[in-house]
Each structure stands twice: as C-alpha cells, then as structure tokens.
Design a protein around this ligand. Structure first.
Ligand SMILES: Cc1cc2nc3c(=O)[nH]c(=O)nc-3n(C[C@H](O)[C@H](O)[C@H](O)COP(=O)(O)O)c2cc1C
Length: 325
C-alpha cells in the first residue's frame, strides 16, 4: 500500500507507544513483519529547544526503515519547526492528536486538540508546508461521549494535506476502558478519500483480520497485543495470506528474547538494559507455567548477569543454554 509517496511492504503496522517503541522494540517488530514502525511520541517543544533526551528519541537504525516520527505539540509554528528537524531522520511524519495523558493535555496537546478542530487544521497546514514526507495524523473518537467529532477532524486533516488518518476509536475520557468501537473506523473509511489506519484492541491474529474485514480500513496498527508477542504481527499476515498460524516454539521464543536483550544492551549499556528488560521479560512469560514466580524473581534481579541467567533458566532448555548472545 502507499502512504503519500511512500510505498509499503504490507498493511500491518506497529503502533507508536511512549516508553515502549524504542529502537530495540522497533527492530524486533520489524523483523516479525511490521510494515511501518513509529517512534515514541516526541515533544515538538523539546525538539526545537534542542533537548538532548528528546533528540535521542529520533535516533534509529536503517533496519527499522520506513520509520514514522510522531510529534506532539499545540502550536502550529513550533510543530512546523520540529517537523523540519525530524524530517531528515524519518520516512514519514505523524501528528499525535490522541494522547490522553494529563501532562500532555495540560499543554493543550494530544487529545486536548480534539476540542480545538480549527487549531488542528492550522497545525496540519503548517506541518504540510514544512515537509515533503508523507504526513499522517492519529486521532481518537472525540474528547468525550458528548463530543464525538472524529469525522470533522479527519476531513479537516484531509483538506489540509494529510496523507492518512489513524483512528483509535475511544474518547479521551474512556482512556483505555471499554472496547474500541470499530464501527467508527468503518464510518471514517466511508467519509474520507485518503487511507484509514485502524487502531484498538487487536490481540489475536483473528482480531487483526476481523478489523480489516469489518471496517474496510487500509491498514491496521498493533499496540498492546505486541507486548511479548511479536509473533502476533507475523500471524496476522499468515492469516491474511490464508496460511497456517503458528505459535512460536520454545527455541524461537528463547532466541527472540535473547536477541531483544542484546539489543537493549547495545542501545542502553548493560546496567540500564536490566531495568528496560524487566517488563518485557514479564510479557514474554505471560501464559507460561510459573510466570508469576518468574516475574517476582526478575523484579529482584539487579545485574546484567542475573537477567541473563533468568532468561536461560526460565526460557531455555538444557540444550539451548550457552547459545551465543
Ligand atoms: C503504553 C502505551 C503508550 C502509548 N503511547 C502512544 C504514543 O506515544 N502515541 C500515540 O499516538 N499513541 C500511543 N498509544 C496508543 C496506541 O498507539 C494505540 O492507539 C492504543 O494502544 C490502542 O491500540 P491497542 O489496543 O492495539 O493497544 C500508547 C498506548 C500504550 C498502551
């Protein structure tokens, strides 16, 4: 499929997730078939003030390409300037109009903008002029159940030059509660001419296919379902191709985890990798015998060697122990 002038290998994407979709995560998901991956959301303000930490969020490896960089902010000029900064580091720019986090809302950004359609129009117009890259926007259904306005916002974005719209069909006040209302994705597909990307509650390969079929969306985006489960993306693709869906073998799970851990070490150094790895280890262990005990154990592990041993002990078998890192 195409997003603007960008030709993609498929239509299963990895959702942008702050605190999750860093370089190692994106590399793993790319390997398992994500046709497009996004950075964590990046503050436009932070970028143009040249904050070192903010700039680091733009780093990537060529393996991840095509990469979308997602920006959030509330001021059209600032967003345009940040876009100019981000453009050399990305193959696509995405604008976040859906984040429900209080610290983002307080600045008038993220889903707070769903209450200011005019400003969204100004931001998209300013950013459109600032980059030749494909431009997408990510929205929610509205601020709350009394102000569902995703159609209005999406049409505005389309008129101002956006190349696609991603909809997570929950309101800001819903947060992550209730169920994502996929009928809204269908409504959006009928209302605009640019591609629609559906997001929300894809936890199984069947969910992925069902969203595509029932909404007619052009692409889907997998978020929480990918936690500890990169195979989900691959298996949605398998289903799409009418090929068998396969659970990962123990060896595959073990090797993927080891690789993920090594990528954390390369990216953050061994000490920081320990902290980063904990939540992922817990996710990879979900549903396995003894997972609760394992979680408890890794929360007390403090050294890189401790993490390595925990992976070998829980996920490895005698034959796999000692595989090169
Ligand atoms: C931990 C976490 C962080 C997220 N961060 C972002 C973000 O930075 N930008 C964004 O547009 N959406 C963000 N989202 C929303 C996801 O992109 C996605 O739209 C949402 O989780 C619904 O999809 P899912 O049910 O597949 O998780 C985040 C979601 C989670 C769970």
């Amino acid at each position: 499929m195409n997003l603007g002038n960008l030709n993609l290998d498929g239509n299963i994407f990895l959702a942008p997730m702050a605190g999750i979709t860093d370089i190692p995560y994106r590399r793993i998901m790319k390997r398992y078939g994500a046709a497009l991956v996004y950075s964590e959301m990046i503050s436009a303000n932070g970028l143009i003030r040249a904050g070192h930490k903010t700039r680091q969020l733009m780093l990537s490896s060529t393996e991840e390409q095509p990469l979308g960089i997602q920006l959030f902010g509330n001021d059209p000029d600032t967003m345009a300037e940040a876009t100019r900064e981000a453009t050399p580091h990305a193959q696509l720019i995405d604008l976040n109009f859906g984040c429900p986090a209080k610290k983002v809302i307080r600045t008038g950004a993220g889903s707070a903008l769903m209450r200011e359609p005019e400003r969204i129009g100004q931001i998209v117009a300013a950013v459109r002029k600032a980059t030749p890259l494909p431009l997408t926007v990510k929205i929610r259904a509205g601020w709350d159940s009394t102000s569902i306005n995703y159609l209005e916002i999406a049409r505005l974005a389309e008129n101002e030059g956006a190349d696609a719209v991603t909809l997570h069909p929950r309101t800001r006040s819903q947060g992550f509660g209730g169920k994502a209302d996929w009928t809204l994705i269908r409504g959006l597909k009928e209302a605009i001419d640019i591609p629609v990307i559906g997001s929300g509650d894809i936890f199984t390969p069947e969910d992925g296919l069902e969203m595509m079929k029932t909404t007619g969306c052009d692409a889907i985006m997998v978020g929480r379902g990918s936690f500890g489960n990169p195979w989900l993306l691959k298996n949605i693709h398998q289903l799409q191709m009418q090929l068998p869906v396969k659970k990962p073998s123990q060896l595959e799970r073990y090797c993927t985890l080891r690789e993920h851990y090594q990528m954390f070490i390369d990216c953050y150094g061994p000490r920081r990798a320990v902290g980063h790895m904990r939540k992922h280890l817990a996710w990879y262990a979900r549903g396995m015998n003894g997972a609760a005990e394992f979680r408890h154990k890794i929360n007390r592990v403090l050294t890189p060697e401790g993490v390595s041993d925990a992976i070998d002990d829980f996920f490895g078998t005698a034959g796999q122990k000692g595989l090169p890192e």
